[in-house]
Design a protein around this ligand. Structure first.
Ligand SMILES: Nc1nc2c(ncn2[C@@H]2O[C@H](COP(=O)(O)OP(=O)(O)OP(=O)(O)O)[C@@H](O)[C@H]2O)c(=O)[nH]1
Length: 329
């Protein structure tokens, strides 16, 4: 049968071994039983006193009867059992297409066993198909999970980008008002806690309305970007925060920096701007700065109070004629 050569299984040898042992037992048992039956039969006919000729005839009779029985057992039992065993083994291996021989089993006991083997192979085929289907579904599920993970990563990246955009000034790339407000609150509390220094400068370009008017807003935009570049250059420490609050107004928040040090760096920044001679190396765009600094010797009640002091200093610088730095009282 075709299933005899099916894919190997864990119990491949077990069933034939069992059938071989059964055949051996039948091979011994059937002749002995036949011998016993013939002996009883002979005894019932004439007793155990049998001439030598009669003995030989009886031996032949036993031999022939045993051979006939064994042949019948082989055809009607062992062969169908082998098919059944093959059917059982096929349950553990890939299905093999049913042959016409499988589809039309022989009549009698063999037919029953064949039918069982046949049904087992059909069940195996169906199980195998379901198993294949389940594997496909699992593969698809894995793929979908991968896609989902990728989409999730992309979404997280987008969210991070959005969050960063929400805290960044689009024109200059500096922190915006929202990011600055958070930084001011955070650094002010830290300075208070650690009794440290915190300088805050508010910087405002002078007569920027007129600048825009003369040179156009595109040139004005470029000037704002140049000032942002200068701020980034001058305030490079990890703890420094520079931001554009809107329009032509910038801030520099400098943790751990006192009034004198901040004043020095801001004057250098004003020199840098003057040297640039915006626009196009021929102009004279200037900057006014208001500077306030919190320290244990000069504390402020709140972050807002520090900001207000810097704003007031800027107001004084503007009203004193612009292009200068004014210190908070
Ligand atoms: N090019 C450009 N101009 C801007 C931008 N945001 C605000 N402005 C302009 O900046 C100018 C600010 O003008 P004002 O607030 O009157 O200040 P100012 O002219 O600089 O005068 P002072 O601050 O008193 O020296 C306005 O004309 C705004 O239109 C921007 O993103 N790009």
């Amino acid at each position: 049968m075709s299933t005899d050569s099916a894919a190997p299984s864990l119990h491949e040898d077990a069933m034939p071994r069992r059938l071989g042992s059964l055949r051996l037992r039948l091979g011994l048992g059937v002749p002995l039983l036949t011998c016993a039956i013939v002996a009883v039969f002979e005894w019932s006919l004439g007793g155990f006193v049998v001439p030598a000729e009669g003995m030989a005839r009886t031996a032949w009779l036993v031999l022939l009867l045993s051979a006939a029985q064994l042949l019948l057992i082989e055809m009607l039992m062992l062969r169908p059992l082998r098919r059944l065993a093959a059917g059982c083994e096929a349950m553990e291996s890939a299905p093999v297409p049913l042959t016409p021989e499988d589809a039309t089993p022989a009549p009698g006991l063999a037919a029953e066993l064949d039918r069982i083997g046949h049904a087992m192979r059909r069940a195996r085929g169906s199980l195998w198909q379901q198993d294949q289907h389940a594997r496909e579904l699992r593969r698809e599920l894995t793929q979908q999970r991968l896609l989902l993970e990728q989409a999730q990563l992309a979404l997280e990246a987008n969210q991070r980008e959005l969050a960063s955009l929400a805290r960044t000034d689009a024109l200059t790339g500096l922190a915006n008002q929202r990011a600055f407000d958070e930084a001011l609150r955070r650094e002010f509390k830290r300075a208070q806690r650690q009794r440290g220094l915190l300088a805050l400068a508010v910087l405002d370009l002078d007569e920027f309305k007129a600048f825009n008017h003369h040179h156009g807003t595109a040139v004005g935009d470029a000037a704002l970007q140049s000032v942002a570049g200068l701020l980034n250059e001058r305030f490079k420490r990890d703890t420094d925060v520079v931001a554009r609050l809107g329009g032509e107004e910038f801030v520099a928040l400098l943790p751990g920096v006192g009034m004198a040090e901040a004043q020095g760096v801001l004057e250098q920044l004003r020199d840098d701007l003057r040297a640039l001679r915006l626009p196009q190396g021929e102009g004279h765009l200037t900057l006014s700065v208001g500077l306030a600094a919190a320290s244990p010797a000069h504390p402020y009640l709140s972050a807002q109070a520090l900001m207000q002091a810097a704003d007031e200093a800027l107001y004084i610088a503007k009203h004193a004629g612009r292009d200068r730095l004014s210190l908070a009282a």
